[in-house]
Design a protein around this ligand. Structure first.
Ligand code: FAD
Ligand code: AMP
Length: 478
């Protein structure tokens, strides 16, 4: 008998699994199709994010930061100990356990919420039918009232550096090194390149980042990207801007990379090379030719502001559609789509999706940059507060960076919060909450913040917008 569901989701990443759970919670009969298997060949839910993305990268970032602190950061606290060593397989093993716990947690959530988990490859056919090809090769046709495509993304390959997952790796391979490479190359100074470069640099690798663009972290506020470049360089990352990789040759255990910069052609040799030049949507064998769903000119599934495709009842969310490739963007799109299927008028605020880079210091922002606002002709007031003036940051010996709050000069409404420094991601989220409710800088300034906290830096930056900071000299006078 043909299985029939109110909602069939293809892909169980943070877009798909969240959509499936929400749909079941709202009383819709729901199935979620996923094909990804772990090293033991078992179905692993959670997508890129849980298996080879957000979570494993943060696990390695946290481990490597602790090692770095143990080596270089404890003496100032009076903790003297010699001979700190790193057991890389143990670090990678810890990461694997975290991944296992979380992916099996999604399976438990599916059971608890009544989501039918189907293993195999899903393909949308005409008439909202879905073809499921199971691991044993058998094919089943499933009928759906609504289909949500959540097939995600995969790393982009570039011909000058073909990934072999041995010497030249992508982000997935870079999470699996069993020893610290002596000379590590990273192509691309984007979020993933900087995070993975930081992990291995903290463990002792000499890291060179080759970035084709002349501008560093173009999406970030200029003040933040300048500070980030300075700090990461000081930490030992050799970031070469305007360096476009044109070729590579693997010779046994090493790779010779050719790139061009302002001085012409250069070569450099690495023991490992990470290719981190971005990600592209996964649409391989996802759509039957007559299913009616179209792609945009960049190969993403074409959707409107509410993630509806060109076929009524078929939606697409997350990395496979336009917009930022972020787990929280994917999840919120999933919630929006399911609530709209149920008849709610849910909207998603695409203007307030926070961005985070988990280097140390962390880099995070929400809303617009000062340069973007000025380009739009918006007059702004800016308040900045350095962590060097924060008692809590001093206590933690973590005083690099600052908080920058940007407000409309006419209305005082906060239009951007940009942080580089300790717990930047958490501080920016406070800004995002305020901005969602239309906060002014004055509103933030009038709130009571606990002392001593890093959050006080946000308070002070908001006060500084109108010349009222207490713990630094104000640039703007009241
Ligand atoms: P995915 O997570 O890619 O999931 C799609 C799933 O669909 C996959 O499991 C795939 O196997 C399955 N699938 C595809 N096609 C089919 C099919 N036809 N049939 C069945 N199953 C199919 N984002 C953040 O927000 N914060 C971070 O800190 C962060 N760090 C990252 C670090 C790294 C190293 C990487 C690579 C990514 C990181 N990201 C981060 C990005 C984040 O992982 C993605 O934005 C997010 O996973 C996208 O979710 P998704 O559900 O759209 O797709
Ligand atoms: P992101 O898209 O944020 O992951 O960043 C990827 C980065 O890789 C971008 O900043 C690109 O400019 C950079 N990039 C892409 N191709 C090359 C190349 N051949 N050599 C050096 N950098 C590259």
């Amino acid at each position: 008998m043909t299985q029939k569901f109110d909602v069939v989701v293809i892909g169980a990443g943070p877009g798909g699994y969240v959509a499936a759970i929400k749909a079941a919670q709202l009383g819709l009969s729901t199935a979620c199709i996923e094909k990804y298997t772990d090293k033991e060949g078992k179905l692993a839910l959670g997508g890129t994010c849980l298996n080879v993305g957000c979570i494993p990268s943060k696990a390695l970032l946290d481990s490597s930061w602790k090692f770095h602190e143990a080596q270089d950061g404890f003496a100032i606290h009076g903790i003297n100990h010699a001979g700190v060593t790193m057991d890389v397989p143990a670090m990678v093993g810890r990461k694997a356990n975290i991944v296992k716990g979380l992916t099996s947690g999604v399976a438990t959530l599916f059971k608890a919420n009544g989501v039918t988990s189907l293993q195999g490859h899903g393909k949308l056919l005409a008439g909202k039918k879905v073809e499921l090809t199971k691991p044993d090769g058998t094919v089943e046709i499933i009928e759906a009232e609504n289909v949500i495509l959540a097939s995600g993304s995969r790393p982009i390959d570039i011909p000058p550096a073909p990934v072999d997952q041995k010497v030249i790796v992508d982000s997935t391979g870079a999470l699996e090194f069993q020893s610290v490479p002596k000379r590590l190359g990273v192509i691309g100074a984007g979020v993933i390149g900087l995070e993975l470069g930081s992990v291995w640099s903290r463990l002792g690798a000499e890291v060179t980042v080759l970035e084709a663009l002349d501008t560093f972290l173009m999406a970030a506020d200029t003040a933040v990207s300048k500070e980030a470049l300075k700090t990461l360089t000081k930490q030992g990352l050799d970031i070469k801007l305007g360096a476009r990789v044109t070729g590579s040759k693997v010779n046994g255990e090493e790779v010779v990379v050719t790139y061009t910069d302002a001085n012409g052609e250069q070569t450099i040799t690495f023991d490992k090379l990470i290719v981190a030049v971005g990600r592209r949507p996964v649409t391989t064998d996802l759509l039957a030719a007559d299913c009616g769903v179209t792609l945009d000119e960049r190969g993403f599934v074409f959707v409107d502001d509410h993630c509806a495709t060109s076929v009524p009842g078929v939606f697409a969310i997350g990395d496979v559609v336009r917009g930022m490739m972020l787990a929280h963007k994917a999840s919120e799109e999933g919630i929006m789509v399911v609530e709209r299927i149920k008849g709610h008028k849910t909207e998603m605020n695409y203007d307030l999706i926070p961005s985070v880079i988990y280097t140390h210091p962390e880099i995070a922002w929400v809303g617009k940059t000062e340069q973007a606002l000025k380009a739009e002709g918006v007059e702004v007031n800016v308040g900045t507060f350095p962590f060097a003036a924060s008692g809590r940051a001093m206590a933690a010996n973590d005083t690099g960076g600052f908080v920058k709050v940007i407000a409309d000069a006419k209305t005082d409404r906060v239009l951007g919060v940009h942080v580089i420094g300790p717990s930047a991601a958490e501080l920016v989220q406070q800004g995002a909450i305020g901005m969602e409710f239309g906060t002014s800088a004055e509103d933030l300034g009038m709130m009571v913040f606990s002392h001593p906290t890093l959050s006080e830096a946000l308070h002070e930056a908001a006060l500084a917008v109108n010349g009222g900071a207490i713990h630094i000299a104000n640039r703007k006078k009241r």
